[in-house]
Design a protein around this ligand. Structure first.
Ligand code: ATP
Ligand code: MG
Length: 225
């Protein structure tokens, strides 16, 4: 039986720097996110959203407090195993797409599977299925520079989905898009959630956040709602 609680933060704090220039990016955050939830995190620039996302994505560890992913204390997991967990359990989507410019859409989507050591044929099959899911199978051979911003973000979502992670983390995925493409990306994330994936989405945009099942507000490093 998989745990019902996927994400559990207990009194988590995170600082940057030290001495006179210490920045308390996150202060005493406690939070639970259940499997299958769609949670939006909103807050002003500098409030700590990306810092929180980096922690949830096991890219960064809490300074104090605990982060349990799937019931396991992340700070006790050795780095080598942690990178396997990142690769298998988490799909990342970024504001600036972060596609590899010299690789076509299918090659970009395959990357997480390449790191898993899957053979070429199996990788390509999964990548094409993921591209189909985001409506871009006809663009599989295109380089990112030949795609619109909205299409590039759909490729990035296909990459995040490839390999069936349980959690999708999206940091301002609509931030660089016009409102129509942004709405399309949001619909796609909602579809993905309906099919059972847990989605955590960071946004500045209240309207976008409202379509999520749950809105978490962060202000000056604290969770306020
Ligand atoms: N690597 C770092 N080194 C030092 N300070 C940092 C670092 N990353 C973030 N900060 C600081 O931590 C605080 C939170 O930053 P964070 O990037 O989490 O904000 P954010 O809510 O994602 O902002 P934005 O909406 O602009 O992306 C800010 O004061 C920021 O300046
Ligand atoms: Mg940010």
């Amino acid at each position: 039986m998989p745990e019902k609680i996927l994400i559990q933060l207990e009194n988590m704090s995170k600082t940057y720097g030290g001495g006179n220039s210490i920045i308390h990016a996150l202060k005493d955050i406690s939070l639970e996110i259940m499997r299958g939830e769609f949670a939006a995190i909103i807050g002003q620039s500098g409030s700590g959203k990306s810092t929180l996302m980096n922690t949830l994505g096991c890219l960064d560890l809490p300074d104090t407090g605990r982060y349990l992913l799937n019931g396991r204390d992340v700070s006790r997991i050795p780095e080598k195993e942690l990178s396997v967990i990142r690769n298998r359990e988490i799909g990342f989507v970024f504001q600036s797409f972060n596609l590899v410019p010299g690789m076509n859409a299918a090659e970009n989507v395959e990357l997480p599977l390449f790191y898993r050591g899957l053979d070429r044929k199996a990788r390509r099959e999964e990548a094409l299925a993921a591209l189909e899911k985001v409506g871009l199978s006809h663009r599989s051979g295109h380089l990112p520079s030949r795609l619109s911003g909205g299409q590039q973000q759909r490729v990035a979502i296909a990459r995040a989905l490839c390999g069936q992670p349980s959690l999708i983390l999206a940091d301002e995925p609509t931030g660089n898009l016009d409102s129509a493409s942004g709405a399309e990306i949001m619909r796609l994330l909602l579809d993905i959630n309906r099919e059972g994936k847990t989605v955590v989405l960071i946004t500045h945009n209240d309207k976008i956040a409202k379509s999520a099942g749950r809105v978490l507000k962060i202000s000056d490093g604290r969770l306020i709602a």
